[in-house]
Design a protein around this ligand. Structure first.
Ligand SMILES: Cc1cc2nc3c(=O)[nH]c(=O)nc-3n(C[C@H](O)[C@H](O)[C@H](O)COP(=O)(O)O)c2cc1C
Length: 202
């Protein structure tokens, strides 16, 4: 385990999760925090990953998409550091990732947005994510207005909706073992841009 690249191990574990998890095998908790260090956490979906993700040489990372004006968006804008957590109950495994956040390119975000279903695209345009909503009907009428506006046309990605990439400096793989005698392997970026690794007590 320790002499491997963490992205290769991540791929193996994610593929296993894909075969075993009934829903959203790519779901991960995303923790962000305010400028003064107050954390908040929510689930998002992993939509791209790997050493070459977003074309950043020798770095890569883990990509998710969201509303840039949401609560998380506001926190990321002032504090571009995040932690990700995968936990697959069926596998009894977790992966913890920590790193710096960067926005994906406009072209990457456009390309991903274009793959989403039309109702999801309309939803992204109509939703003021994390803002107060007086009535569900208000959201529905905003949805209908956008549906009508773009009838017969492609829906452009709204400027407030894009992707972030978590560029990891720390990745931990955790495997459950009997009697809580778990195994933990940590990979941390070294000063040469490679990965150092070590085991931790459970
Ligand atoms: C399994 C799951 C996956 C989700 N994926 C996303 C996602 O990829 N992007 C997103 O904006 N919200 C996603 N959500 C909704 C978020 O958890 C959250 O409610 C929303 O982004 C608002 O968070 P905020 O107010 O902290 O910004 C997901 C929720 C669940 C339960």
């Amino acid at each position: 385990m320790q002499d491997k690249n963490p992205y290769d191990i991540f791929d193996q574990w994610l593929n296993l999760a894909k075969e075993n998890e009934p829903n959203d095998y790519n779901a991960m908790a995303l923790a962000t925090s305010t400028a003064d260090g107050r954390p908040s956490c929510r689930m998002v979906l992993l939509k791209g990953h790997g050493p070459k993700a977003q074309g950043i040489a020798h770095q890569g990372g883990f990509i998710f998409y969201t509303n840039l004006q949401s609560r998380k968006g506001g926190e990321i804008a002032v504090n571009p550091h995040a932690s990700l957590l995968f936990h697959w109950k069926s596998l009894r495994r977790q992966i913890r990732i920590e790193g710096k956040l960067e926005r994906v390119s406009e072209a990457t975000a456009d390309a991903y947005f274009a793959t989403r279903s039309r109702p999801s695209q309309i939803g992204a345009c109509a939703s003021d994510q994390s803002r107060p909503l007086d009535d569900r009907a208000t959201f529905e009428s905003r949805y209908k207005a956008i549906e009508t506006k773009y009838e017969g046309q492609d829906i452009p990605r709204p400027k407030h909706w894009s992707g972030h990439i978590v560029i990891p400096h720390h990745i931990e793989f955790w495997q459950d073992r009997e009697f809580r005698l778990h195994e933990r392997w940590v990979f941390a970026r070294d000063e040469h841009g490679g990965w150092g690794s070590q085991m931790l007590y459970p």
